[in-house]
Design a binder for this molecule. Structure first.
Ligand SMILES: *Cc1c(COP(=O)(O)O)cnc(C)c1O
Length: 415
């Protein structure tokens, strides 16, 4: 029986979400649209199979097919990123990062990561995360005047606290990450350097952002952001020693059976990401972000660090006279999906911060280019300006109908 027959409620909700995704300009920088091929691989009978262990060394019989699926995913990850080892089993980015702690730290050991309010991730030692509760976190920030990482601060914190693990990468960093600078500091204090490229993996794979390979000891990434795969994650390393520690940490350290349907879809996404078309996509994501940032700057928006090098733009709305949350809500009602976000040194609270975070991976997957980015920037300005004046309803309604017209011309991949 089909889903619609068995469960019309869920089928109806999935159809509604399909329409919503097609009808909005999705600007959330951690999201994307997967291809039809990736969707197809995700919804398969591979979900029925248990395969604890790794290819050739499993704890269940019947791995004739699964071993080949996982081996393909691993080989493609190694080839795409140019690393010696890859583990494609982590359930998502957060468990992948927890596996790094389990591999290299004991409870109470020190980790140096970027503070959450400055663009780091919860799992880089933030207080509410297990990584901040069970380990000893030290945090670096960005400079208030430039919005960029201050390597003198990173180095002096590292020398003072001697962390066992240093994280670079994050969730709200609009600039290129200087992997060699982090590697030099990690070497100086004998720390393991973990590059968390969850946000930028697709840009790295497509040659639109420098690679951490050869600099970081271990690399962690989600597969569902710019890499445009299913929800999942990978851990990569060059040395046998690091790879062995990571493999043991993922299984049996943290996880049970891998999600084989996800593994298959990761393999498909990695194959897609190795094409020239994907390289062009990655570069267009960056070009689109620059075009959108330029339009916003021209319209008086204040961008953290003054612009972007990658797929992401962090807007401080203080100068526009509105806070992040009401702006994000008004934009969403106008068909422009963003998320409210803290900005560095934000005087407001995390649940009601000063900024919004946007990005171009999704709109670029729909085939939009610089002209559409300028239009999106103009719409954002119209909505935010009207909101600041306290009279946004008409503008929201008009922009929403214009957004619908635009999105109708750019079909969503996978649907
Ligand atoms: C998204 C993200 C994660 C976590 O991924 P989940 O799949 O949401 O658990 C970890 N690190 C960074 C930098 C991220 O952007």
């Amino acid at each position: 029986m089909s889903l619609a027959q068995v469960d019309p409620e869920i089928a109806g909700l999935i159809a509604a979400e399909e329409r919503r995704q097609a009808d909005t300009v999705k600007l959330i920088p951690s999201e994307n649209y997967v291809s039809k091929a990736v969707l197809e691989a995700t919804g398969t009978v591979l979900t029925n199979k248990y395969s604890e262990g790794y290819a050739g060394k499993r704890y269940y019989e019947g791995q004739q097919v699964i071993d080949q699926v996982e081996t393909l995913a691993v080989e493609r990850a190694k080839a795409l990123f140019g690393v010696n080892h890859a583990n494609v089993q982590p359930y998502s980015g957060s468990p992948a990062n927890l596996a790094i702690y389990l591999a290299f730290l004991k409870p109470g050991d020190t980790v140096l990561g970027m503070g959450l309010p400055f663009g780091g991730h919860l799992t880089h030692g933030w207080s509410v995360s297990a990584t901040g509760k069970w380990f000893n976190p030290v945090r670096y920030s960005v400079r208030q005047d430039t919005g960029r990482i201050d390597f003198d601060e990173v180095r002096s914190l590292a020398l003072e606290h001697r962390p066992k693990l240093i994280f670079c990468g994050g969730t709200a960093i609009p600039r290129t990450i200087d992997f060699p600078a982090f590697a030099e500091i990690a070497r100086e204090v004998g720390a393991v350097l973990a590059a968390d490229i969850a946000h930028i993996a697709g840009l790295v794979a497509g040659g639109a952002h420098p690679s951490p390979v050869g600099h970081a000891d271990v690399i962690s990434t989600t597969t569902h952001k710019t890499l445009r795969g299913p929800r999942g994650a990978m851990l990569m390393a060059d040395s046998d020693e690091h790879a062995t520690a990571l493999n043991k940490a993922v299984f049996p350290g943290l996880q049970g059976g891998p999600h084989n349907h996800t593994t298959a879809a990761i393999a498909v996404a990695l194959k897609e990401a190795s094409t020239d078309a994907f390289k062009a996509y990655a570069h267009q994501v960056v070009a689109n972000a620059k075009a959108l940032a330029d339009e916003l700057l021209a319209r008086g928006f204040d961008l953290v660090s003054g612009g972007t090098d990658n797929h992401l733009i962090l807007i401080d709305l203080t100068s526009k006279g509105v806070a992040g949350k009401p702006a994000a809500q008004a934009l969403d009602r106008a068909g422009l999906e963003t998320n409210y976000n803290s900005v560095p040194y934000d005087p407001r609270k995390p649940f009601d911060p000063s900024g919004i975070r946007i990005g171009t991976p999704s709109v670029t997957s729909r085939g939009m280019g610089e002209a559409e980015m300028r239009q999106i920037g103009a719409w954002m300005d119209e909505v935010v300006t009207a909101l600041a004046k306290g009279d946004a309803e008409d503008v929201i309604a008009r922009v929403h109908s214009e957004v619908s017209e635009l999105t109708a011309g750019f079909p969503t991949p996978g649907l």
